[in-house]
Design a protein around this ligand. Structure first.
Ligand SMILES: NC(=O)c1ccc[n+]([C@@H]2O[C@H](COP(=O)([O-])OP(=O)(O)OC[C@H]3O[C@@H](n4cnc5c(N)ncnc54)[C@H](OP(=O)(O)O)[C@@H]3O)[C@@H](O)[C@H]2O)c1
Length: 270
């Protein structure tokens, strides 16, 4: 990747996308031009970021240089979307803008950045440790090279899936909201251990190891979830007793509805 890349908002997620590419020398630090909002973040990146990239604060006049880059990643919080204004003397008409903002549609992106072809990417928090899931929806007129560029951006830190935009809401609900849902389940199961007299830390560790082990068994033995459930549920035993309580309390329905609700909320943001 030899082109200049602008990054508007260099926070947690943008760093997670770009740092592995810099670490692996897939892109050169001198080709990265990022802009952040506060003087504090500007100084912090200048002093502490391990790669010597170009960085500007949004109040600096020089920051408009980022609009000269052919490729841009937009990674501010959705509430700051309104503050970003396409600027500069954009001559090249083959500009690409990749937005990772939750809930901002390709239509809104294209209206705001008329000199750019726009791509919407939805990613999730495990991208910060290179284990993310990223869903990509293409706007109109994107070239093959621009698709390749976008996929390469994410492939070093996540598994990449291509969708039509309609599917991004449910993808976001499952994968971006999913970590919070799973964290809540871990917390609740740990509290179950606590109720039975285990120390909190041990209980949480046991739950996490159990979940990791369960996923490994499912994958390595190629079992379906029903097959695994049947394998550990003996007649009149402890597991069926636990599952009965969950069915009575409608856990299944609660989880299904939580995903549908997150997806509907994402649609409202568009
Ligand atoms: N966190 C997640 O789990 C997650 C997962 C998937 C997708 N996302 C999406 O990723 C995006 C970024 O999230 P994040 O967690 O990386 O946020 P973050 O760490 O708060 O980073 C946001 C960045 O935007 C900068 N910024 C704010 N206003 C700006 C402006 N007017 N001009 C230029 N830069 C500006 C901030 O600068 P300052 O530091 O100076 O304020 C900061 O560098 C969000 O839209 C979110 O929807 C987040």
């Amino acid at each position: 990747m030899t082109d200049k890349i602008a990054i508007i908002g260099f926070g947690n997620i943008a760093k997670a996308i770009i740092t592995p590419l810099l670490d692996k020398k897939i892109i050169k630090p001198e080709n990265i031009y990022c802009v952040v909002n506060s003087e504090k973040s500007f100084i912090n990146i200048k002093k502490n970021y391990k790669h010597n990239i170009n960085v500007y604060s949004s109040s600096s006049k020089d920051s408009t240089i980022i609009w000269d880059c052919q490729y841009k990643i937009l990674s501010v919080k959705p509430q700051h979307f309104k503050d970003i204004v396409e600027a500069g003397n954009i001559k090249n008409k083959d500009n690409l803008l990749v937005s990772i903002l939750a809930g901002v549609s390709i239509n809104r992106l294209t209206q705001k950045f008329p000199n750019h072809k726009c791509v919407r990417a939805v990613t999730n928090i495990p991208i910060t440790i290179g284990k993310g899931l990223t869903g990509i929806a293409w706007g109109g007129g994107i070239t093959k090279d621009q698709k390749e560029f976008t996929k390469k951006l994410f492939e070093n830190s996540s598994k990449v899936y291509e969708f039509t935009e309609d599917y991004l809401d449910i993808f976001l609900a499952l994968t971006s909201s999913g970590p919070a849902i799973v964290a809540l389940i871990i917390e609740a199961l740990s509290d179950g251990g606590l109720s039975g007299g285990l120390p909190k830390i041990l209980s949480e560790e046991l739950v996490m190891e159990m979940i990791l082990g369960t996923i490994s068994v499912l994958k390595e033995k190629k079992l379906t979830t029903s097959e695994l459930k049947n394998l550990v549920t003996s007649p009149g035993g402890t597991t069926i007793s636990a599952l009965r309580v969950l069915e009575k309390k409608s856990l299944r329905s609660a989880l299904i509805e939580s995903v549908v609700s997150a997806s509907n909320r994402s649609k409202e943001f568009r």
